[in-house]
Design a protein around this ligand. Structure first.
Ligand code: SF4
Length: 222
């Protein structure tokens, strides 16, 4: 049985657009400056369940949501995640079927790991989880390489990787050409159409590998 430390139901810091983020408990990498040491314990938090999977699917099925992000802890040391991810992957694949791959309505799964893409690929169990993800942010957080301008990653050794393209090309293919961004550019992609579900003002707790701040965002109905 695996535990999760936190289910963040609205997250704009860990991947593109509005996302649900699942923080899985347990990690043995022990990085210096780890952004959340509590989450290193495999017994921290609550047992993962299919009720949580249903909650995730309900949330990401809403038009405004871009998908799910897996973080930790270390998702790739919690391989039971694969069984919980299957229904979510199936929902996303059905949703995306027949859509232009560049459509803003495409949904996806991002995963963060302290392992590199190559280390994950070389391990059959971890590779299974990789193959269920669309984007991987890989590598340990290295304090000396911390750079606040980086997009969706904490230190410059980490890479934002397009998983499907990398698997097809048998080499790492980056997701972004330009991986630097100003913090002020961290704006959620609300998608288009009606936003009745989210009308109102929200505080987004943004926490990204050592950097924490609150951003006020007003969502209106078009
Ligand atoms: S991989 Fe993440 S959770 Fe694990 S020790 Fe490093 S910063 Fe902490």
């Amino acid at each position: 049985m695996i535990n999760y430390a936190q289910l963040r139901k609205m997250d704009i810091a860990n991947g593109e657009g509005i996302r649900v983020s699942l923080f899985v408990s347990g990690c043995t990498h022990n990085c210096k400056g780890c952004f959340n040491q509590d989450y290193q314990s495999f017994s921290y938090g609550q047992p993962m369940s299919f009720d949580i999977v249903s909650e995730i699917i309900d949330l990401i099925s809403k038009k405004q949501y871009k998908g799910l992000t897996l973080l930790g802890g270390e998702p790739f040391q919690n391989l039971e995640l694969v069984q919980f991810l299957k229904p979510i992957r199936e929902f996303i694949d059905n949703h995306n079927k027949g859509m232009d791959p560049n459509s803003s309505q495409i949904k996806n799964i991002w995963a963060y790991s302290g392992y590199t893409y190559e280390q994950i690929y070389a391990h059959s169990g971890r590779r299974e989880l990789l193959e269920m993800s669309d984007v991987l942010v890989d590598g340990l957080f290295i304090e000396q390489k911390k750079d606040l301008r980086l997009k969706f990653r904490g230190s410059s050794n980490q890479r934002v990787i397009d998983v499907k393209e990398s698997l097809e090309a048998s080499k790492v293919v980056r997701y972004y050409k330009d991986e630097l961004v100003d913090r002020k550019e961290f704006e959620p992609d609300y998608g288009s159409g009606r936003r009745a579900d989210f009308k109102g003002e929200y505080d987004f707790n943004i926490e990204q590998q050592g950097v924490q701040y609150v951003k006020k965002v007003k969502l209106v109905q078009l």
